[in-house]
Design a protein around this ligand. Structure first.
Ligand code: HSE
Length: 325
Protein backbone atom coordinates (compact mmCIF):
# COMPACT_ATOMS: atom_id res chain seq x y z
CA UNK A 1 0.00 0.00 0.00
CA UNK A 2 2.97 2.28 0.76
CA UNK A 3 4.24 1.99 -2.81
CA UNK A 4 0.75 2.61 -4.18
CA UNK A 5 0.34 5.82 -2.11
CA UNK A 6 3.77 7.00 -3.22
CA UNK A 7 3.05 6.33 -6.87
CA UNK A 8 -0.45 7.81 -6.67
CA UNK A 9 1.01 10.97 -5.11
CA UNK A 10 3.42 11.20 -8.06
CA UNK A 11 0.53 11.29 -10.49
CA UNK A 12 -0.95 14.56 -11.66
CA UNK A 13 -3.81 15.89 -9.52
CA UNK A 14 -6.36 15.55 -12.33
CA UNK A 15 -5.71 11.82 -12.89
CA UNK A 16 -9.06 9.95 -12.89
CA UNK A 17 -9.87 6.91 -10.71
CA UNK A 18 -11.28 5.14 -13.76
CA UNK A 19 -11.13 5.72 -17.49
CA UNK A 20 -12.83 4.08 -20.48
CA UNK A 21 -11.27 4.51 -23.91
CA UNK A 22 -12.27 3.60 -27.47
CA UNK A 23 -9.67 2.57 -30.07
CA UNK A 24 -10.84 2.48 -33.70
CA UNK A 25 -10.44 -0.08 -36.45
CA UNK A 26 -7.83 0.68 -39.08
CA UNK A 27 -7.15 -0.09 -42.72
CA UNK A 28 -3.48 -0.97 -43.16
CA UNK A 29 -1.47 -0.90 -46.41
CA UNK A 30 -4.06 1.23 -48.27
CA UNK A 31 -3.18 -0.84 -51.37
CA UNK A 32 0.23 0.59 -52.28
CA UNK A 33 1.79 1.06 -48.82
CA UNK A 34 2.48 -2.45 -47.53
CA UNK A 35 3.45 -2.09 -43.85
CA UNK A 36 3.97 1.69 -44.24
CA UNK A 37 0.53 3.27 -44.65
CA UNK A 38 -2.75 3.05 -42.76
CA UNK A 39 -5.85 5.02 -41.82
CA UNK A 40 -8.41 4.91 -39.03
CA UNK A 41 -12.19 4.67 -39.43
CA UNK A 42 -14.94 5.66 -36.99
CA UNK A 43 -16.15 2.17 -36.14
CA UNK A 44 -15.96 -0.62 -35.19
CA UNK A 45 -13.38 -0.45 -32.39
CA UNK A 46 -12.42 -1.85 -28.99
CA UNK A 47 -13.07 -0.42 -25.53
CA UNK A 48 -10.76 -0.74 -22.55
CA UNK A 49 -11.57 0.33 -19.00
CA UNK A 50 -8.74 0.93 -16.51
CA UNK A 51 -9.27 1.75 -12.85
CA UNK A 52 -7.02 2.23 -9.86
CA UNK A 53 -7.01 -0.60 -7.35
CA UNK A 54 -5.50 -1.03 -3.89
CA UNK A 55 -3.95 -4.36 -4.91
CA UNK A 56 -0.50 -3.78 -6.49
CA UNK A 57 0.07 -4.82 -10.12
CA UNK A 58 -1.99 -4.85 -13.33
CA UNK A 59 -4.82 -7.37 -13.54
CA UNK A 60 -7.31 -8.01 -16.33
CA UNK A 61 -10.60 -8.61 -14.55
CA UNK A 62 -13.00 -8.94 -17.47
CA UNK A 63 -12.96 -9.60 -21.21
CA UNK A 64 -16.13 -9.50 -23.31
CA UNK A 65 -16.79 -10.11 -27.01
CA UNK A 66 -13.87 -12.48 -27.54
CA UNK A 67 -15.69 -15.84 -27.37
CA UNK A 68 -13.24 -16.88 -24.68
CA UNK A 69 -10.31 -16.66 -27.11
CA UNK A 70 -8.16 -14.04 -25.35
CA UNK A 71 -5.86 -14.78 -22.42
CA UNK A 72 -6.85 -13.08 -19.17
CA UNK A 73 -3.23 -13.03 -17.97
CA UNK A 74 -2.03 -9.47 -18.51
CA UNK A 75 1.41 -10.56 -19.68
CA UNK A 76 -0.10 -12.70 -22.47
CA UNK A 77 -2.78 -10.26 -23.62
CA UNK A 78 -2.06 -7.52 -26.22
CA UNK A 79 -3.74 -4.78 -24.14
CA UNK A 80 -2.01 -6.05 -21.00
CA UNK A 81 1.41 -6.34 -22.66
CA UNK A 82 1.18 -2.77 -23.98
CA UNK A 83 0.11 -1.41 -20.58
CA UNK A 84 2.78 -3.38 -18.71
CA UNK A 85 5.49 -2.21 -21.11
CA UNK A 86 4.43 1.38 -20.46
CA UNK A 87 4.30 0.91 -16.67
CA UNK A 88 7.72 -0.76 -16.73
CA UNK A 89 9.16 2.19 -18.68
CA UNK A 90 7.74 4.57 -16.06
CA UNK A 91 8.91 2.44 -13.11
CA UNK A 92 5.29 1.98 -12.01
CA UNK A 93 4.77 -1.78 -12.28
CA UNK A 94 3.67 -1.87 -8.62
CA UNK A 95 0.71 0.44 -9.21
CA UNK A 96 -2.62 -1.34 -8.65
CA UNK A 97 -4.71 -1.31 -11.84
CA UNK A 98 -7.75 -3.34 -12.92
CA UNK A 99 -8.42 -3.57 -16.65
CA UNK A 100 -11.52 -4.62 -18.61
CA UNK A 101 -11.35 -5.33 -22.34
CA UNK A 102 -14.46 -5.14 -24.48
CA UNK A 103 -13.76 -6.55 -27.95
CA UNK A 104 -16.09 -5.03 -30.49
CA UNK A 105 -14.54 -6.31 -33.66
CA UNK A 106 -13.70 -9.77 -34.92
CA UNK A 107 -10.26 -11.41 -34.81
CA UNK A 108 -8.41 -12.07 -38.03
CA UNK A 109 -10.60 -9.49 -39.77
CA UNK A 110 -7.99 -7.23 -41.35
CA UNK A 111 -9.37 -4.33 -39.30
CA UNK A 112 -6.45 -4.04 -36.88
CA UNK A 113 -8.19 -5.80 -34.00
CA UNK A 114 -5.08 -6.63 -31.96
CA UNK A 115 -3.60 -3.17 -32.64
CA UNK A 116 -6.80 -1.56 -31.32
CA UNK A 117 -6.62 -3.54 -28.06
CA UNK A 118 -2.92 -2.74 -27.63
CA UNK A 119 -3.45 0.96 -28.29
CA UNK A 120 -6.45 1.07 -25.95
CA UNK A 121 -4.48 -0.70 -23.18
CA UNK A 122 -1.54 1.70 -23.31
CA UNK A 123 -3.70 4.80 -23.76
CA UNK A 124 -6.12 3.94 -20.93
CA UNK A 125 -3.30 3.37 -18.44
CA UNK A 126 -1.50 6.54 -19.56
CA UNK A 127 -4.72 8.52 -18.97
CA UNK A 128 -5.27 6.84 -15.61
CA UNK A 129 -1.87 7.98 -14.36
CA UNK A 130 -2.34 11.60 -15.44
CA UNK A 131 -1.04 11.37 -19.02
CA UNK A 132 2.74 11.52 -18.52
CA UNK A 133 3.31 10.61 -22.20
CA UNK A 134 1.92 12.07 -25.41
CA UNK A 135 0.01 9.86 -27.84
CA UNK A 136 3.03 9.69 -30.14
CA UNK A 137 5.26 8.63 -27.24
CA UNK A 138 2.89 5.70 -26.59
CA UNK A 139 3.64 4.22 -30.02
CA UNK A 140 6.48 1.83 -29.01
CA UNK A 141 4.45 0.42 -26.08
CA UNK A 142 1.37 -0.19 -28.22
CA UNK A 143 3.64 -1.74 -30.85
CA UNK A 144 5.06 -4.17 -28.28
CA UNK A 145 1.49 -5.15 -27.38
CA UNK A 146 0.48 -5.77 -30.99
CA UNK A 147 3.70 -7.63 -31.82
CA UNK A 148 2.94 -10.02 -28.93
CA UNK A 149 -0.12 -11.12 -30.93
CA UNK A 150 1.15 -11.44 -34.50
CA UNK A 151 4.91 -11.51 -34.04
CA UNK A 152 5.51 -8.85 -36.69
CA UNK A 153 6.61 -5.24 -36.17
CA UNK A 154 4.72 -2.84 -38.41
CA UNK A 155 3.00 0.37 -37.30
CA UNK A 156 0.43 0.63 -40.09
CA UNK A 157 -2.44 -0.31 -37.74
CA UNK A 158 -1.12 0.97 -34.40
CA UNK A 159 -0.03 4.36 -35.83
CA UNK A 160 -3.41 5.47 -37.23
CA UNK A 161 -5.32 3.82 -34.36
CA UNK A 162 -3.35 5.92 -31.89
CA UNK A 163 -3.09 9.21 -33.77
CA UNK A 164 -6.01 9.07 -36.18
CA UNK A 165 -5.93 10.18 -39.81
CA UNK A 166 -3.80 8.67 -42.54
CA UNK A 167 -0.39 7.71 -41.17
CA UNK A 168 2.76 7.08 -43.21
CA UNK A 169 5.63 5.15 -41.65
CA UNK A 170 9.03 5.95 -43.16
CA UNK A 171 10.76 3.34 -41.01
CA UNK A 172 9.09 0.74 -38.80
CA UNK A 173 12.20 0.11 -36.69
CA UNK A 174 12.82 3.78 -35.95
CA UNK A 175 9.07 4.39 -35.75
CA UNK A 176 9.56 7.47 -37.90
CA UNK A 177 5.97 8.36 -38.75
CA UNK A 178 3.99 11.26 -40.17
CA UNK A 179 0.29 12.11 -40.47
CA UNK A 180 -0.75 12.96 -44.01
CA UNK A 181 -3.37 15.55 -44.96
CA UNK A 182 -6.89 14.15 -45.39
CA UNK A 183 -8.97 15.58 -48.25
CA UNK A 184 -12.28 16.71 -46.78
CA UNK A 185 -14.49 14.67 -49.10
CA UNK A 186 -12.56 11.41 -48.72
CA UNK A 187 -14.69 8.50 -47.45
CA UNK A 188 -14.06 4.82 -47.01
CA UNK A 189 -16.36 1.85 -47.53
CA UNK A 190 -14.98 -1.08 -45.55
CA UNK A 191 -16.59 -4.50 -45.81
CA UNK A 192 -15.79 -7.44 -43.57
CA UNK A 193 -16.81 -10.83 -45.00
CA UNK A 194 -17.48 -13.48 -42.37
CA UNK A 195 -14.27 -15.46 -42.68
CA UNK A 196 -11.07 -15.31 -40.66
CA UNK A 197 -7.54 -14.89 -42.03
CA UNK A 198 -4.57 -15.12 -39.72
CA UNK A 199 -2.11 -12.30 -40.36
CA UNK A 200 0.70 -14.82 -40.03
CA UNK A 201 -0.74 -16.88 -42.90
CA UNK A 202 -1.33 -13.82 -45.10
CA UNK A 203 2.25 -12.63 -44.48
CA UNK A 204 3.60 -16.14 -45.02
CA UNK A 205 2.32 -16.34 -48.61
CA UNK A 206 4.24 -13.25 -49.68
CA UNK A 207 7.62 -13.85 -51.32
CA UNK A 208 10.75 -12.40 -49.74
CA UNK A 209 11.89 -11.05 -53.09
CA UNK A 210 9.82 -8.93 -55.47
CA UNK A 211 10.60 -8.18 -59.15
CA UNK A 212 12.15 -4.76 -59.63
CA UNK A 213 9.39 -3.71 -62.07
CA UNK A 214 6.75 -4.34 -59.36
CA UNK A 215 8.75 -2.40 -56.77
CA UNK A 216 9.10 0.56 -59.15
CA UNK A 217 5.37 0.53 -59.85
CA UNK A 218 4.48 0.29 -56.16
CA UNK A 219 6.81 3.17 -55.23
CA UNK A 220 5.22 5.27 -57.97
CA UNK A 221 1.75 4.50 -56.64
CA UNK A 222 2.71 5.21 -53.02
CA UNK A 223 4.27 8.54 -54.00
CA UNK A 224 1.24 9.28 -56.18
CA UNK A 225 -1.19 8.57 -53.35
CA UNK A 226 0.71 10.84 -50.98
CA UNK A 227 0.78 13.62 -53.63
CA UNK A 228 -2.93 13.09 -54.26
CA UNK A 229 -3.71 13.46 -50.55
CA UNK A 230 -1.59 16.58 -50.22
CA UNK A 231 -3.06 18.21 -53.33
CA UNK A 232 -6.64 16.94 -52.78
CA UNK A 233 -6.36 15.45 -56.25
CA UNK A 234 -8.92 12.66 -56.36
CA UNK A 235 -7.82 11.64 -59.87
CA UNK A 236 -4.25 11.11 -58.65
CA UNK A 237 -5.56 9.21 -55.60
CA UNK A 238 -7.62 6.99 -57.88
CA UNK A 239 -4.72 6.26 -60.22
CA UNK A 240 -2.51 5.40 -57.24
CA UNK A 241 -4.65 3.03 -55.13
CA UNK A 242 -3.23 -0.13 -56.69
CA UNK A 243 -1.27 -2.94 -55.11
CA UNK A 244 0.94 -5.05 -57.37
CA UNK A 245 2.71 -6.80 -54.49
CA UNK A 246 0.39 -8.23 -51.80
CA UNK A 247 -3.06 -8.11 -53.44
CA UNK A 248 -2.34 -10.47 -56.38
CA UNK A 249 -1.03 -13.08 -53.92
CA UNK A 250 -3.51 -12.61 -51.10
CA UNK A 251 -6.73 -12.23 -53.12
CA UNK A 252 -7.12 -16.00 -53.34
CA UNK A 253 -7.78 -16.08 -49.58
CA UNK A 254 -10.90 -13.92 -50.10
CA UNK A 255 -13.87 -15.48 -51.95
CA UNK A 256 -15.28 -13.31 -54.75
CA UNK A 257 -12.46 -10.78 -54.37
CA UNK A 258 -12.38 -9.68 -58.01
CA UNK A 259 -16.18 -9.67 -58.27
CA UNK A 260 -16.27 -7.36 -55.25
CA UNK A 261 -13.55 -5.18 -56.79
CA UNK A 262 -15.37 -4.89 -60.11
CA UNK A 263 -18.62 -4.05 -58.30
CA UNK A 264 -16.90 -1.36 -56.23
CA UNK A 265 -15.23 0.27 -59.22
CA UNK A 266 -18.48 0.15 -61.24
CA UNK A 267 -20.25 1.88 -58.35
CA UNK A 268 -17.76 4.76 -58.47
CA UNK A 269 -14.95 3.86 -56.05
CA UNK A 270 -11.66 5.70 -56.45
CA UNK A 271 -9.81 2.49 -55.65
CA UNK A 272 -10.31 -0.86 -53.96
CA UNK A 273 -8.05 -3.36 -52.25
CA UNK A 274 -7.55 -5.61 -49.22
CA UNK A 275 -7.68 -4.03 -45.77
CA UNK A 276 -4.48 -5.07 -43.99
CA UNK A 277 -4.03 -8.81 -44.20
CA UNK A 278 -7.74 -9.31 -45.04
CA UNK A 279 -10.36 -10.66 -45.32
CA UNK A 280 -11.86 -7.16 -45.01
CA UNK A 281 -11.70 -5.09 -48.16
CA UNK A 282 -11.93 -1.34 -48.54
CA UNK A 283 -12.73 1.24 -51.16
CA UNK A 284 -11.76 4.90 -51.07
CA UNK A 285 -14.51 7.14 -52.38
CA UNK A 286 -15.23 10.80 -53.00
CA UNK A 287 -18.29 11.70 -50.93
CA UNK A 288 -20.60 9.84 -48.57
CA UNK A 289 -23.24 9.00 -51.15
CA UNK A 290 -20.74 7.21 -53.39
CA UNK A 291 -19.23 5.43 -50.37
CA UNK A 292 -22.68 4.08 -49.40
CA UNK A 293 -23.34 2.92 -52.97
CA UNK A 294 -19.92 1.26 -53.16
CA UNK A 295 -20.35 -0.40 -49.75
CA UNK A 296 -23.70 -1.82 -50.91
CA UNK A 297 -22.18 -3.10 -54.15
CA UNK A 298 -19.32 -4.88 -52.38
CA UNK A 299 -21.71 -6.36 -49.83
CA UNK A 300 -23.96 -7.64 -52.63
CA UNK A 301 -20.99 -9.30 -54.36
CA UNK A 302 -20.19 -11.28 -51.21
CA UNK A 303 -23.89 -12.02 -50.61
CA UNK A 304 -24.10 -13.58 -54.10
CA UNK A 305 -22.14 -16.51 -52.73
CA UNK A 306 -23.96 -16.44 -49.38
CA UNK A 307 -21.01 -14.86 -47.64
CA UNK A 308 -22.33 -12.81 -44.72
CA UNK A 309 -20.64 -9.44 -44.27
CA UNK A 310 -20.67 -6.19 -42.37
CA UNK A 311 -20.36 -2.81 -44.08
CA UNK A 312 -18.74 0.21 -42.42
CA UNK A 313 -19.02 3.61 -44.09
CA UNK A 314 -16.78 6.23 -42.59
CA UNK A 315 -14.82 9.37 -43.18
CA UNK A 316 -11.19 9.06 -42.19
CA UNK A 317 -11.23 9.12 -38.38
CA UNK A 318 -8.96 12.01 -37.49
CA UNK A 319 -8.91 11.62 -33.71
CA UNK A 320 -7.74 8.03 -33.22
CA UNK A 321 -8.02 6.51 -29.74
CA UNK A 322 -10.12 8.65 -27.38
CA UNK A 323 -11.60 8.75 -23.91
CA UNK A 324 -15.31 7.90 -23.88
CA UNK A 325 -15.86 8.41 -20.13
N1 HSE B 1 0.75 -4.53 -43.13
C1 HSE B 1 0.26 -5.70 -42.47
C2 HSE B 1 0.09 -6.80 -43.49
C3 HSE B 1 -1.04 -5.41 -41.82
O1 HSE B 1 -0.43 -6.53 -44.57
O2 HSE B 1 0.47 -7.93 -43.20
C4 HSE B 1 -1.58 -6.59 -41.07
O3 HSE B 1 -2.08 -6.23 -39.86
Amino acid sequence: MGALCYRAAEMKGDAPQEVCVFAPATVANVACGYDVLGFAIDKPGDEVVARLSAEPGLRITKITGDDGKLPIEAEKNTAGVAALDLLKHLGMLDLGIEMEIHKKMPFGSGLGSSAASAVAGAYAVNKLIGEPLTKKQLLPFAMTGEASADGAWHADNVGPCLLGGIVFIRDNQELDIAQLPVPKDLWAAVVHPDIEILTKVARGILPSEIPLANVTQQIGNLGGLICGLIQEDYGMISRSVHDVIAEPRRQKLIPEFYQAKRAAMAAGALGFSISGAGPSVFALCQGEETARKVGGAISAAFAQVDLGNQVYISQINQSGVRVVR
